[in-house]
Each structure stands twice: as C-alpha cells, then as structure tokens.
Ligand binder design. Structure first.
Ligand code: FES
Length: 113
C-alpha cells in the first residue's frame, strides 16, 4: 500500500490558496494544484484548466470550489467536476492526506475511492 509522496508542508499552503507542484516531482501527466479550502481541507487537482492554458493553483479557492483565474469556470475540489462555462470537461482529482503537518499526494488515486 502506497504511503504517498510528500509534496509540501501544510504551512506552505494558506487557507483559500493554491500551490503548484511540478509533474517532475509527482510523476503525473500534468502539474498538480494543491488547493486549501475555506475549512482548511487540502485537495489536489490537475493544475492546467481543461479549457485553456491557465493554472488552477492561481485560482480563487472558496467553499469547495476553485475558480479558474482566466475565464472563471469552477471545479469541485473533491472530484474535479466542472460547473460553469466556458470549460466543459471535468479535471482529475487526486487523493491527498495530511499527516504530522505534511501533505502527501497519491498520484492518480481517486480521492473518493
Ligand atoms: S482557461 Fe480556465 S476557464 Fe478558460
């Protein structure tokens, strides 16, 4: 059973902020956006918006969603489902865990499994 990849400290990621983690570190197809919700929970989505080249780690995080900083489509932090045009394609959500103040990513593992 995988224990995940340590990608950041919780202290590196403020509430309602994002942090881009390079695919060189995660081994994923896309860079990963770590996103910390209003309640402090950490989520991970593919970083590149499914509409065009925009980094979701630069987006606006609030109440379960990240809003793309370019055209304002919103993606669910839990499962990557898109709501709001112009993006029409869901993004990929990855499982994360916080242990002892460190954030661990489980690349390509569904957070809902
Ligand atoms: S680049 Fe994200 S909605 Fe257009």
């Amino acid at each position: 059973m995988s224990t995940g990849i340590r990608v950041a400290s919780l202290d590196d990621l403020s509430v309602e902020e994002g942090l881009q983690i390079s695919s060189d570190v995660t081994g994923t197809e896309d860079d990963i956006a770590l996103l910390r919700d209003t309640d402090g929970t950490v989520y991970a989505l593919n970083d590149t918006c499914t509409h065009a080249i925009a980094s979701l780690s630069d987006g606006y995080v609030e109440d379960g969603y990240v809003e793309c900083p370019v055209h304002a489509s919103r993606f669910c932090l839990k499962n990557g489902k898109v709501s709001g045009l112009p993006a029409t394609v869901d993004t990929v959500a990855h499982k994360v865990e916080v242990r002892d103040g460190e954030i661990y990513l489980f690349p390509n593992e569904s957070p809902e499994a």
